[in-house]
Each structure stands twice: as structure tokens, then as C-alpha cells.
Design a protein around this ligand. Sequence first.
Ligand code: DGY
Length: 331
Amino acid sequence: MTATSKPSLLVTRAIFPEVIERLSAHFTVESNPEDTLWDRAELVRRLQGKVGAFTTGVERIDAELLAQCPDLKLCANMTVGYNNFDLDAMTAAGVLGTNAPDVLTETTADFGFALLMATARRVSESEHFLRAGHWTRWSYDMFSGAEVHGSTLGILGMGRIGQAIARRGAHGFGMKVIYHNRTPLSAALEQDCKARYVSKQELLATADHLVLVVPYSAASHHSIGAAELAQMKPTATLINIARGGIVDDAALAQALKDRVIAAAGLDVFEGEPSVHPELLQVPNVVLTPHIASATEGTRRAMASLAVDNLIGYLLNGTAVTPLNPAAIHNR
Ligand code: DGY
């Protein structure tokens, strides 16, 4: 960089024009308006000479990549999830990671509830039936689903999004809310969410609707597999808005076929955008393409927070939502 030139940034995917405009005021920005999916080698090539990257939660940032990108100081995810970051490797390399929490909480909770409702009340399945021209008469038991109001809502992972779902269930639908988390909430938060802490075993056995909101990590990989599904009620629904890999999708497809549980609603998948072929065949599952935070206002707010992090850290040394502040001391 010469005395007058601006530092360089990479924006890895197509994004709102205001993101490029705001960043371009301070940086030389290489962007991807065609939204080409770069492979790893291409990403590394484009990161050469860049001090920062605007990332979207899927670009794997690990030791091998960092060794080839010595100028990099910050990777700013526009997502709350950051399982694309190897934070230990980033800290060791002095590269800060940031994510985009809070701004998507209520929108994601809305979607979690929408998926729960659609799954319990068989919205997709009945719409397909109607569109296929099979609806010839009303009948007393046609697409009879599971009760939502007054039922027991189980939440695995009681962070901000889990709490927002709990509030919707408890206050809006009169549901009894139980949850399991690494650490129980404070008494005040439990009261606010009207939620009761239970063991994972009790959660599985008692919930009528179980919503997964745990972050993905090696420890949460396949938290829900055949053994856990077998502990659930045969009338239960399972909703995953967290991350692919938390559920063993092959085991879930089998459980749905065998009616071990009644139904599932999935917004995230192992190996997405591929979806396990068996899941595409079973009728009692609602499938959506990772859209829980997808409203225009929320996606703009998420992108804007990533921009705040890039500008704040690279120009002033202060990120808004740092994940590994120890990295700063390793530069
Ligand atoms: C997130 O922010 O982590 C959502 O899953 C969107 O990718």
C-alpha cells in the first residue's frame, strides 16, 4: 500500500449496493457482483493483499488459508453463525473474526415459529395435495395435524433466538416451555420466557414440538440422531433452524418414514445446498433453503453490522462484535 492508497478488502458474495458504497469510501474493494461461487484456491488468490474480508458464514477460514494470506487482519461474517471460522487458528495468526448477532434474533424466531406451525399443521403437505388436484371433498380427518396452542414447546439451545421463540410460545400460544442448554438461564430470564430448565432426556421425552437453536460445533455434531429421535414422542415434531450437522439427516429421514416422530421442519441441512435424497421423498417434512433470517430489513442490518466491524476495526482498531479479541494481541 502506498502512502495515499486505501487498504484493500474482499467482499466474497453479491450483496446490497450500500455495503460496497460504504466500504468504498475507506477501502479499495474487490467484490463479486455476479455472485460466482469461488472455490478455495480462487478465494485464496483473491485474498492476496487484502486486509479484510466481508464473509457470509460459509467461507472456511483456517490455518491453511491464513498461512497463504499474511495481510489479512479481519474476517467479518454477516451471519450470527461462525462455524466457518477456525477461531483458534485465526487467533494464532492474529486475525480477528466478527459475526452479526442480535440484529436477526426476532426475524429468525418468527421463522422458527412459522416452520413449527407449518410442520405441526401440515401446511406444505396439504398445499401439494391441493395443487395436485387431489382435493375433491371435505372430510373430518383430512390433514389432521398436531395442536400447537397449549402444547409443550421444547427448545435445545437457549441463547437469544431460543429465548425469543420461547416468548412467542409462552406468551402468544399458551405453551408450556421447557429447555435444555449448557447453562441454565438466570431466574429473571426464565420468568420472562416462562421457561423451565430440564435435562436433555426429559426435553426429548416431553416436548410436543422440539426446536433446535444450538450453535454448530464438534460437540453439537449429530446431537439429534437415531437414539435421540427414538426418545421423542411418536406425535412430536422436530424443527431445525440452527445448522446442518446438528441433526443426523439420514437418521431423521428414516425416523420420519418409520413414523418414529410425526413430522419435521428443516431450514438447514448437512452438506447444504445438497439435501439428503431420502428427505426429499418423505411427505411429513417441511423443507426450506436456509432462509430463517431472510427479510430485507434484517439482511440489510446483518450486512451493515459486518461493515461496521470492518470500518471500526481496520480504521479505528475497535470491532463491534469481536469473536476472538485475543487475536488483536497476536498481530
Ligand atoms: C446465520 O446468521 O447464521 C444464519 O444462519 C444465516 O446464515
